[in-house]
Design a protein around this ligand. Structure first.
Ligand SMILES: [Ca+2]
Ligand SMILES: [Ca+2]
Length: 244
């Protein structure tokens, strides 16, 4: 009787000790983060993209109490939606999505939510939207490549460009990398097959000292997506010095 009475309290002490030990082990886990990460700030590539099949965005989020362990992103035609690409897991804070078939009729929004190490998800952050827009197409650029002239000729540069979105076009002409006529609005309409474009011209008055090869360049922009250009090479003969 006396012997068993002594063993019982000892057992209880061991159990109490074990319980305390596991409590201490468990407490820090219970003190883990209980608030989600901040709503991600999502940035796309601007107001317009000239790519018909890819979109890119980057984002940032943070959590004062714990680490960000990953994100979900989606793409939709209004903020928060997933009709272009459904929620997709990613650990990077940036993505380029390819294989898309973008329409000029819609604005595309990236949506992102961040997860912290406690498993909590942030609110959804969205980009301000990006549209697909087509670059102008230079259909005519005169003179013809490899034309030849003589010193003293006024060389007429003429460019006609279309824009499938109907955006207004601006033109810039350069000779040997030097701008001769800076960005200016198109001044006339032009036709190229069945499509109508707008045109601008510039007359380069050559003189003595201009003999040799030259590069003529036209650039066209719609002020939405990057400009396009065409370049041609011409040759100017030295003016023969005739008899007095
Ligand atoms: Ca938190
Ligand atoms: Ca355009």
């Amino acid at each position: 009787m006396l012997r068993t009475d002594r063993v019982k309290p000892a057992k209880a002490q061991v159990l109490l000790g074990l319980a305390l030990f596991f409590c201490l082990l468990y407490l820090p886990a219970r003190a883990a983060d209980t608030t989600p990460p901040v709503k991600p700030v999502v940035t796309d590539d601007g107001a317009y993209t000239s790519s018909s099949n890819s979109l890119h965005a980057r984002w940032s989020s943070s959590d004062p109490e714990s680490a960000i362990t990953g994100y979900l992103y989606s793409i939709g035609t209004s903020a928060g939606t997933t009709n272009v690409k459904g929620w997709t897991a990613i650990t990077a804070a940036e993505v380029t999505v390819t294989g898309l078939s973008l329409s000029t009729s819609y604005t595309y929004y990236f949506n992102v939510k961040a997860k912290n190490s406690a498993g909590l998800w942030s609110a959804v952050g969205s980009s301000n939207g990006i549209k697909y827009n087509r670059q102008p197409v230079i259909s005519i650029f005169k003179p013809v490549d490899r034309s030849s002239f003589t010193e003293g000729d006024a060389i007429s540069l003429y460019a006609c460009a279309t824009d499938a979105d109907g955006d207004a076009r601006q033109f810039q002409f350069s000779v040997d990398g030097v701008v001769k006529k800076p960005w200016s609005n198109s001044t006339s309409t032009c036709s190229y097959g069945s499509t109508y474009g707008t045109a601008t011209s510039y007359s380069w008055q050559t003189g003595s000292g201009n003999s040799g090869y030259h590069k003529l360049k036209v650039e066209v922009r719609d002020n939405k997506v990057p400009p396009v250009f065409k370049e041609i090479n011409i040759f100017i003969y030295r003016k023969p010095s005739g008899p007095p």
